[in-house]
Ligand binder design. Structure first.
Ligand SMILES: [Zn+2]
Length: 255
């Protein structure tokens, strides 16, 4: 199996995990940059993540256009991925989804979504909120062109996560497994924060130092990372698609 085939397979796994962990439902998508051609990225055609298989993966350029003839429908919001990959050479994977627990924080500017639990540290200490109305007025709230997507990428800046007012979030990370991991723990951190606020009193957020300390030793190829990837993939019913680090196919688990 070539490295590209492995990457396609990993992307299928990522889709299934996001569906199983209820980050995505019929909507939401995940993409990965082609390491051999950084001006392209891989993403499913327009399909619910739970149903994505290897044949559904298409290659798009950094304008969000297919690099080969493609008659099948593509995601309307694919421009989000194109703009972030174009703006952020460090980013190898992007998730956009509408996870319900993140939504309240996009519509209440006074309450910042920041890490309050150790696994929430993956989201980073700054989570900005992008409001499409600021530059584009009344829209459907969907990101349907490069101008809107570039504006979102600008709001994301160098961070890992941005919320989209009344819509969802984007996560942008240096590897596919990190994109999945951030996207799984973002709603969990949001839930913990909401419940903490219901208890009343001051909420103790993680300090910058704690966030840094937690993220410092992270490697996308470590045994601990593989453990999560393997667990999620099996829970999502696609453990058979895993490429083990010792199988001789490509590098260690890309996750
Ligand atoms: Zn959306």
């Amino acid at each position: 199996m070539s490295n590209l085939d492995t990457l396609v397979q990993d992307l299928v796994i990522a889709n299934r995990i996001l569906a199983r962990e209820e980050v995505a439902d019929a909507y939401g998508h995940v993409s990965v940059r082609d390491p051999d051609n950084p001006n392209r990225f891989l993403i499913s055609r327009s399909l619910a993540p739970e149903l994505v298989g290897p044949d559904d993966i298409v290659a798009l350029d950094l304008d969000g256009q297919p690099v080969r003839d493609e008659r099948r429908s593509l995601y309307l919001e694919r421009f989000i991925h194109a703009a972030i990959f174009a703006a952020r050479p460090d980013v190898m994977a992007v998730v956009h989804a509408h996870a319900e627990d993140t939504l309240p924080f996009g519509v209440t500017p006074a309450t910042k979504l920041r890490p309050v639990i150790h696994l929430g540290s993956f989201i980073g200490h700054e989570v900005s909120v992008w409001d499409i109305a600021d530059r584009f007025g009344d829209t459907s709230l969907l990101v349907t062109n490069m101008a809107q997507a570039n504006d979102l990428a600008q709001c994301l800046a160098g961070n890992r996560v941005a919320l989209m007012r009344g819509h969802g979030f984007v996560a942008a990370t240096p590897s596919l497994i990190e994109a999945v991991r951030v996207s799984v723990y973002l709603p969990r951190n949001a839930r913990a924060l909401m419940r903490a606020r219901q208890l009343g009193g001051e909420v103790r957020y993680l300090s910058h130092g704690e966030i840094e300390a937690h993220n410092r030793g992270y490697s996308p190829h470590s045994a601990a990372t593989w453990r999560a990837w393997e667990y999620w993939a099996n829970r999502a019913g696609c453990g058979h698609l895993l490429t083990r680090p010792d199988s001789g196919h490509g590098e260690s688990p890309k996750g």
